[in-house]
Design a binder for this molecule. Sequence first.
Ligand code: GLA
Length: 386
Amino acid sequence: MEKLIDNVKKSFEKKFGRKPLLLASPGRINLIGEHTDYNEGFVLPGATDRAVIFAVAPRDDRRCRFYSLDFDQDYATDLDHLHKSEWRWPDYLQGVLDQFLKGGYAIRGLDLAFGGNVPIGGGMSSSAAVEGGLAFAVNHLFGLNLDLLSLALLAQRAENEFVGLRCGIMDMYANLHGQPGKVMKIDCRHLVHEYYPFDRSELRVIISDTGVRRELASSEYNVRRRQCEEGVSLLRRYYPEIKSLRDVSLQMLEEHRAEFDPVVWKRCAYVVGENERVDLACQDLVRSDFISFGERMKESHRGLRDEYEVSSPELNLLVNSALKIPGVLGSRMMGAGFGGCTISLVEAGAVEEFRSRVSADYRRETGREPAIHVVRIEAGTRILEG
Ligand code: GLA
């Protein structure tokens, strides 16, 4: 991390010839609670030690100059001409600035360099790390005094409106509210959270990356959202007080099963079950019952694979391979699905076997090497120097 920070800082100084503000903006993991955020349900994410590093300084005019170390590309624009670029990365930055302008905040242009070690498009929310990080930086540089929740909502709108993906609030929320050694149970309806300790020395969190990238926009993500909405409108005929799947019980679903399209029913049953699992998993954490916690991760994966149908052969392969290893307590796909990564809860002593066996299985079946990252739960977006 020190080397990365130094690289970003030096690149900035070389390009722009002055001293920047330095920030770290982490990628997130999610222990359990997948595809529940946009149904006003519960999630259990944490920020990690994988981060995007920003070097940024305000300008006196409205020009914006960006440099991406990861792509080695420059992009220049100004606040009065923000528009979608031919590349994707400038859009995450422009989207955030666009939201500050729409909110009527007095901001000026910026010089900015950034680079990171969050796998790009790999399911750890590299895009939310870029958006949350810039929102935090702009708020600080121009003294806007917005709180973290407002910044998370602003970053989400940037993704929804400028980038064009209807993502939920989890990624930006976790990026901004992370604390070392703690995960947070977010209530995605009321936008409040509770921290739970997650810093056991005998356990590790392992992220295994399939290397398969699938753009959310072109994926089934929006289809799933619509199916959930369809389930809600059907049940609302009988229970007018229902606003989202958060308000639905398995019993309600069972009672009206015959009226449902069977696919829509499965989608809804998964979400209702997953919300309950998040609750139970938090109780496991309070009791330090990681065996039970791991079982819930496995159930979550089965639901995502069979009911919500957002897993993929590569993700299933990684999960199955992990679960054969003694000392792996739980494993499941993480994030939107189809590609990206899995998350596994592993006893410290089993990490080496995990690396070698999961890599070997994946290589044998797909001919590719999976990237395997042992991650720590760290603080959310923060200033490093400046
Ligand atoms: C993506 C979205 C999140 C969430 C997850 C699935 O990461 O950005 O808002 O919906 O998928 O849990």
